[in-house]
Design a protein around this ligand. Structure first.
Ligand SMILES: Cc1cc2nc3c(=O)[nH]c(=O)nc-3n(C[C@H](O)[C@H](O)[C@H](O)COP(=O)(O)OP(=O)(O)OC[C@H]3O[C@@H](n4cnc5c(N)ncnc54)[C@H](O)[C@@H]3O)c2cc1C
Length: 494
């Protein structure tokens, strides 16, 4: 059955009130009463990308309607795999013209329900667009299509003397990382994705193509007009589809050394972090893992580290610079009672250490098979980190919730990774309450509710508290200007 609601506004508002998840104000000539897409519309999708690249199968739709979070999500009505930007543009124009929601999909590793199709619609999976289209070694820049993952990019760069530094724990798509404002363990030295994006190609909701810094440009700095590139970093698929990113690369350091050391308390570990940064040691990575997480990592990654609050560190530079950095850091950490120093100079040993850190999420999940994970993501000014981390650890212990703490502490950002039984509503409720309370504590310390995972579905209330009424209104106006029919990833962020 096919119905055009705009032609019967009174009936439309009745139906909207009865089933707000299925209907919005726009025309639904392409979707039936149950929200499913009409046959003709699916045929139009196939005409753009070819039949093998469109699926309405339940299993495929369900896979695309959820990410790695505990958000209970809804599947899209169809999934399409465009092969090039022209197809993305035509898909967007088709969906927009017909009033069908559009949900961009990278690798689905997001942690805030970003790919959930709250109003149904078409999921545009960008993984088939995975070419590295340009490498400018002399300019330290590279241009990638949206499906290139961070590991694939670094594998491609292996013999170039350059590397891409942003490394979230998962092997996420680069444009998914841009869309969520991602960062990782190297951000303390090399910046987040926000600092490493130079230009973006974006398909706007109506199909027009935007180059945020001008087509083909890859300068190191610019003062030309509004920062459109920055607008799309962290836009979570709500303003357009990112179809190409020009990224900044960094030279591979001459020498690298990594270390772990254990502390008598959370306070001692975090105090050391603040002191190392205050002493201007150019540490490349400084990550915190609490005792619960260390225990989980020992089991999962076959390590034999002390089960105690621990810092994972890495230093980059010349041999001489490294010696100085290491000496300075050792002095600071030892003053704070550090022990069990373990140094890793060979790349295999270092890789093993950082693989264990990146797998901390899975190590914690393995403690309670069948449970799903939820990660908090607050970030505070570095001077406030010791107080919030110590308090949070105490609260986690007494909350009755199971989980550990990991942190990109050099950035003032940390996560409580909480284990949740998917069938236990009461536990879900307690996790949400814990998350909200922690978010508000970070706001009270002049921090943010999300350092890197984004707002998605779960943090919309906290966003309002964080940026205030005028900030929200400005964001809404930007959204309306770029997406007047509210079809780009509806229900997220705002
Ligand atoms: C084990 C684990 C560890 C993690 N560690 C980190 C970490 O250290 N730091 C960190 O920042 N994150 C981390 N994450 C979260 C996740 O990896 C990031 O949020 C990542 O950036 C998501 O990328 P994705 O390609 O999987 O995006 P998806 O999950 O597919 O999508 C996320 C959001 O981006 C939108 N989107 C995706 N692609 C595009 C596009 N091309 N154009 C427009 N919108 C798009 C989607 O609509 C959605 O709203 C971790 C996740 C896991 C599972």
């Amino acid at each position: 059955m096919v119905l055009k609601l705009t032609a019967v506004p009174a009936m439309a508002s009745l139906l909207r009130a009865a089933a707000p998840g299925l209907f919005s104000w726009r025309g639904y000539c392409s979707r039936g009463l149950q929200g499913e897409l009409s046959k003709g519309f699916v045929e139009s999708l196939k005409a753009i990308v070819g039949s093998p690249h469109v699926s309405t199968a339940v299993a495929v739709r369900e896979h695309h309607g959820q990410d790695e979070s505990i958000h209970r999500c809804q599947p899209p009505d169809a999934v399409v795999w465009p092969q090039n930007v022209d197809q993305v543009s035509r898909l967007a124009a088709l969906c927009y013209g017909q009033g069908v929601p559009i949900i961009p999909f990278g690798t689905g590793t997001g942690l805030e329900g970003g790919v959930c199709a709250v109003q149904g619609g078409v999921c545009i999976n960008l993984t088939h667009m995975d070419r590295i289209t340009e490498l400018n070694t002399e300019d330290f820049s590279v241009v990638v299509e949206p499906g290139v993952t961070r590991k694939a990019l670094n594998a491609h760069l292996r013999n170039s003397g350059l590397w891409f530094t942003v490394d979230p724990g998962a092997d996420a798509s680069i444009c998914g990382m841009v869309a969520t404002g991602a960062s990782g363990t190297n951000s303390v030295r090399y910046g987040t994705i926000r600092d490493n994006v130079v230009n973006l190609e974006v398909v706007l909701p109506d199909g027009r193509l935007l180059h945020t810094a001008g087509q083909g440009r890859h300068f190191r700095k610019s003062a030309a007009g509004y920062n459109l590139t920055g607008l799309f970093v962290g836009s979570e698929g709500t303003l357009g589809l990112i179809t190409s990113a020009t990224l900044r690369l960094h030279p591979v350091p001459e020498a690298t050394v990594a270390a772990t050391c254990a502390f008598p308390s959370v306070q001692a570990a975090v105090d050391s972090t603040v002191q190392i940064l205050q002493a201007a040691v150019p540490v490349a990575r400084i990550e915190f893992l609490d005792d619960v997480t260390m225990d989980a990592c020992n089991r999962h990654s076959k390590l034999s580290c002390a089960v105690a609050p621990t810092l994972f560190l890495e230093f980059h530079g010349s041999e001489q610079a490294l010696a100085e950095q290491v000496q300075h850091t050792e002095a600071i950490t030892q003053q704070n009672g550090a022990s069990h120093f373990s140094w890793a100079k060979e790349s295999e040993e270092r890789n093993q250490l950082w693989a264990a850190r990146h797998n901390a999420w899975y190590a914690l999940l393995a403690l309670s098979p069948g449970c799903k994970g939820y990660s908090t993501d607050v970030c505070v000014p570095i001077s406030r980190l010791p107080e919030i981390l110590v308090q949070t650890k105490e609260e986690l212990k007494t909350s009755g919730l199971q989980g550990g703490i990991v942190g990109h502490v050099g950035d003032g950002n940390f996560h409580c990774i909480l284990l949740v039984n998917p069938d236990d509503d009461e536990e879900h409720h307690r996790v949400r309450a814990f998350t909200k309370k922690l978010g508000r504590r970070a706001l009270a310390l002049h921090g943010t509710c999300t350092g890197e995972h984004g707002i998605g579905l779960g943090k919309r209330q906290l966003l309002q508290e964080e940026i205030g009424a005028v900030g929200m209104e400005t964001m809404r106006q930007l959204k309306v200007m770029l997406d007047p029919r509210s079809l780009m990833n509806p229900g997220k962020v705002l």
